[in-house]
Write a protein that binds this ligand. Structure first.
Ligand code: PMP
Length: 398
């Protein structure tokens, strides 16, 4: 009966994690999956989260269903983080926000919504992008195309080509953008470049869908949201999916949000209703525990401040690792330029290693990164960085 079912080859990034776990090399280093590990190589529980957990700790409390859209405090937390605490559009009620099952859930609900209400729209993602972007939109029967983004030869962005491409798109085509900490390249647009992109979006009446999974890991909470807030200032309709997986270190709790900025209150109500309907027919309502943590941390002023500090500490540790990696590699291979390592933002570095070099790192050194050469810099620490830098230098030299 099930013989005709295709085997699933597994997810390349999650599969790498399994391979890493099975490796008996005592020096092994996991730079594959996008997870922040602290200086001791441990997945942190943020202090603000510990406090929130203490406040809700009651293992025998009743567990009712949450509303389809999740907890109001979770939704408010998403909105204020993305658009700014005092944003006029929030006061005017022009944002439909639902709490979602991680950033992935937000993308899924958004993709379903686009499929249902903008059936002609194609969705364009950056080349390259996080692989699941393509899978999620195609899984909702939205046709996916790619726009030029990363210039491998120069470790930079093909900005002019990207703009020229956007100029060819049709009204209501969706472009999926990463407001900060582009995954997988780490290469972000400048604010001036965002302005240019958004002018094209406006002129061609495209639909921007901004996926922000690393807010706070780039420059700071507000600068990282520049593109989102600029789109709002320009009066554009806008989809934003956000994830708290990384910046609250709540990966397994699956917390995120989907926000749609609308021109009028009536349209906001309609969109909010349809987002609820979409949730209802897929998973009915989100889980409650992570949502309660988000609600507490985002809405308690002192905890929120503590949280921001904790995110910046993670950000700064990653930046320090970038500097160190760059300096060791420069010392080892003086005729090669490694500036790209510190020009990139967020958790990832696109190292430009060939698949063969990535393979050698894995088999000879037990160092795991994605075959497209993406390294999770947040997996480096002072104990493993010399080992990794020396190994990289080794495979680059040969
Ligand atoms: N968008 C991007 C760009 C991501 O990198 C990720 C996580 N890897 C997600 C969305 C999904 O986030 P979550 O794990 O919260 O589903």
């Amino acid at each position: 009966m099930f013989e005709r079912i295709d085997y699933y080859a597994g997810d390349p990034i999650l599969g790498l994690m399994e391979k890493y776990s099975a490796d008996s090399n005592p020096n092994k280093v996991n730079l594959g999956i996008g997870i922040y590990y602290d200086e001791n190589g441990v997945l942190p529980v943020l202090d603000c989260v510990k406090t929130a957990e203490e406040r809700i700790a009651d293992p025998i409390a009743p567990r009712p269903y949450l509303p389809m859209a999740g907890l109001p405090g979770h939704r408010k937390g998403c909105q204020e983080l993305l658009f700014g605490k005092d944003a006029q559009i929030l006061k005017d009620g022009l944002v439909a926000t639902i709490a979602t099952i991680g950033g992935s859930g937000a993308l899924k609900v958004g993709a379903e919504f686009i499929h249902d209400w903008f059936p002609q729209a194609k969705c364009y993602v950056s080349d390259p992008t996080w692989g699941n972007h393509i899978a999620i939109f195609e899984g909702s029967d939205v046709e996916v195309g790619k726009y030029p983004y990363y210039d491998k030869a120069n470790s930079s962005i093909k900005f002019d080509e990207m703009i020229a491409f956007f100029e060819t798109l049709n009204k209501n085509d969706v472009i999926l953008l990463h407001p900060c900490c582009h995954n997988p390249t780490g290469m972000d647009l400048t604010q001036a470049q965002w302005d240019t992109v958004l002018n094209v979006v406006k002129a061609r009446e495209l639909i921007p869908f901004m996926d922000i999974a690393y807010q706070g890991f780039g420059e700071d909470m507000d600068s990282d949201a520049y593109a989102i807030r600029k789109a709002v200032e320009m009066g554009l309709p806008l989809f934003v999916s956000n994830s708290f997986s990384k910046n609250l270190s709540l990966y397994g709790e699956r917390v995120g949000g989907l926000s749609v900025v609308c021109p009028t209150v009536d349209e906001t109500d309609r969109v909010f209703g349809q987002l609820n309907a979409t949730v209802r027919r897929i998973y009915s309502s989100p889980p409650s525990h992570g949502g309660r943590v988000v609600d507490i941390v985002m809405n308690d002023e002192a905890l929120h401040e503590q949280w921001v500090g904790e995110v910046y500490a993670m950000r700064d540790r990653i930046k320090a690792m970038r500097l160190k990696l760059k300096s060791v590699l420069e010392a080892k291979i003086p005729n090669r330029n490694f500036d790209y390592i510190t020009r990139q933002n967020g958790m990832f570095s696109f190292t430009g290693l060939t698949p063969e070099q990535v393979e050698r790192l894995q088999t000879e050194f037990g160092i795991y990164m994605v075959s497209n050469s993406r390294m999770c810099v947040a997996g480096l620490n002072t104990s493993n960085i010399d080992y990794v830098a020396n190994a990289m230098a080794d495979v680059l030299k040969d």
